[in-house]
Design a protein around this ligand. Structure first.
Ligand code: TEU
Length: 551
């Protein structure tokens, strides 16, 4: 397998709006990020993935871009960005930009032009269709954020496609002019010196020409992994990506392991790695909404399949959470005070010892938890607001039925401000934050975490360091053990004569475990509790995790 820097790296995702506010307007910004680079350097990460910082009316917090070559007013200026890039590079930290090119904002100049007339030069930059009749959209597709995926536009009496909000019209990638604009824009950023792209819903850029009704309004068969997606990515690779030493990760919702081998194959000339979502999706009770944890056996089956089927063929990314997912410790671990730290460390061990490039979502390294929402008025996210309206206000479910599900999975759980210290607003802002700070900030914050050597933060720091010292963590072959266990996630990694054993307990009680003979008495690289590993028969503590190693 080819050895490369982006396989060996650890990536930290920043959601700028909630990271650090430097000017007191309650919204995080670029100067705020600059002021915390030393914190990230101390943690030991190699690369920052910046969620969108471009000019945007913020219908979807920056994922609706109105100018790809300018900075969102609230976040600062292009000078601030240049300063951030320089300051990061001085610390050997790379910056990967979010590339949102499946759609633009409806306030982007291209769309402002496009909607003006049927023969406007930009008309074909977007996807316009006639309605079935005056009141009926072209087909029954639903948008990801609720309602129809088509918006009627009076100006030309036609509908445009938007797979997300109506303020996010989909670009028409079949138009060569669109592809050229996007590639030129990417080249402009690469020439600036950025280090890569995370590509938003890149698996959706190619749509079928025919657009028939979907089963229950589902657009997936016609819009995800569409007919030309690989052709367009290869063209992007040839024209832009291959000319720079950058890394790319594609957000490829709905991707299978076979498809990932094409998107992120060792020699397919498309992307470096994918985000797959099987382990964070498909657990829904009402659409994506649920209050239940995924059963451990299912979780292991999914992750093990990805480990095995991509081995030496393609590269994957590793994540428990991001800005679209609830907090890892609340979802996969146990956020009750007595188990929060130990289960957060267990999850970190489990993920960082797998094959792939690990992503840490801001605050995960502090063991930050889901937010205790009290009312729908607490939501800021368009998805949660629309979902509550569709499921409850429109009468499909009672508040009591839906509330535990939406609060467990709301994207706003991940979007509350980073808890820096125990001062008002957790040290995030001196103003009023755009979204409420989690009240547990007095106990859970970066000041406490960095001061305490046994903290979740220092545990992440140690995991990152181990990765640098042990190529087996990056390149070793994965093998699952105890696949039927509903309590333990156990696996080995092998590289030549070296071998690792990873044992993670996902339960809140003690369990018996037999260390495989070859590992008894070997070196313990890391563990989250005090225990002895020199005898085969042992008792694991709640949420215990440890890694044994021999050569
Ligand atoms: O998310 C794309 C995506 O696949 C969504 O279905 C996502 O899982 C969503 O949050 C549903 O719960 C990307 C971005 O990460 C997200 O923040 C944006 O809202 C979306 O694209 C549109 O740009």
């Amino acid at each position: 397998m080819n050895r490369t820097w982006w396989k060996e790296a650890v990536i930290y995702q920043i959601y700028p709006r909630s990271f650090m506010d430097s000017d007191g307007d309650g919204i995080g910004d670029l100067q705020g990020i600059i002021s915390r680079l030393d914190y990230l350097k101390y943690l030991g990460i190699d690369i920052i993935w910046l969620s969108p910082i471009y000019k945007s009316p913020n219908d979807d917090n920056g994922y609706d871009i109105s100018d790809y070559q300018d900075i969102m007013d609230e976040f600062g200026t292009m000078e601030d960005f240049d300063e951030l890039l320089k300051a990061a590079h001085e610390r050997d930290i790379k910056i990967v930009m979010d590339l949102v090119v499946n759609h633009t904002s409806d306030e982007h100049q291209w769309f402002v032009e496009s909607r003006k007339s049927k023969n406007n030069a930009y008309r074909d930059y977007y996807i316009w269709r006639e309605g079935k009749d005056a009141q009926t959209p072209p087909n029954n597709w639903g948008s990801c954020f609720g309602g129809s995926a088509w918006q009627y536009d009076e100006m030309t009496d036609m509908y445009y496609l938007h797979l997300f909000s109506k303020k996010q019209p989909d670009l028409n990638w079949d138009n060569p002019k669109v592809r050229k604009e996007v590639f030129d824009m990417m080249t402009w950023w690469c020439d600036k010196g950025i280090d890569g792209f995370r590509m938003d819903v890149i698996s959706m850029i190619s749509k079928t020409k025919e657009m028939p009704d979907g089963k229950d309004g589902d657009f997936s068969p016609y819009c995800i992994h569409g007919p030309n997606v690989h052709k367009y990515l290869q063209e992007m690779n040839e024209k832009v990506l291959s000319r720079y030493n950058i890394m790319t990760v594609g957000e490829t919702a709905g991707v299978t392991t076979e498809q990932a081998q094409q998107y992120a194959g060792e020699d397919t000339h498309e992307l470096n790695m994918v985000f797959q979502f099987e382990h964070v999706e498909g657990d829904g009770k009402y659409g994506k909404w649920t209050d239940k944890k995924i059963p451990l056996v299912t979780l292991k089956q999914i992750l093990s399949r990805w480990q095995t089927e991509l081995y030496q063929k393609a590269w994957n990314s590793l994540f428990w959470d991001n800005h679209d997912q609830p907090r890892a410790v609340s979802r996969f671990g146990d956020d009750r005070p007595m188990y929060r730290e130990v289960s957060a460390k267990m999850l970190a061990t489990c993920l960082h010892m797998l094959q792939g490039t690990p992503y840490i979502y801001q605050g995960e390294e502090l063991g930050m938890t889901n937010y205790p929402f009290e009312s729908p008025n607490d939501f800021r996210d368009i998805e949660s607001i629309n979902a509550y309206r569709e499921w409850c206000s429109e009468g499909r479910l009672s508040h009591e039925e839906f509330w535990p599900c939406i609060t467990f999975k709301s994207r706003d759980n991940a979007r509350t401000p980073i808890q820096w210290d125990d001062s008002p607003q957790a040290g995030f802002t001196v103003g009023t934050p755009w979204i409420a700070v989690n009240p547990n900030y007095t106990e859970i914050n970066a000041k406490v975490e960095t001061a305490n050597m046994d903290s979740v933060f220092h545990y992440y720091k140690k995991l990152i360091k181990l990765r640098k010292e042990n190529p087996i963590i990056v390149y070793g072959k994965y093998e699952a053990l105890m696949e039927d266990s509903e309590e333990l996630f156990v696996y080995t990694r092998t590289l030549d004569s070296e071998k690792l054993l990873v044992v993670c307990s996902f339960c809140d009680h003690e369990t018996n475990f037999t260390i495989p003979a070859e590992f008894v008495g070997t070196v313990c690289l890391i563990s989250n509790v005090q225990n002895a590993y020199d005898k085969a028969e042992m008792t694991l503590k709640p949420y215990e995790a440890f890694v044994l190693y021999y050569k």
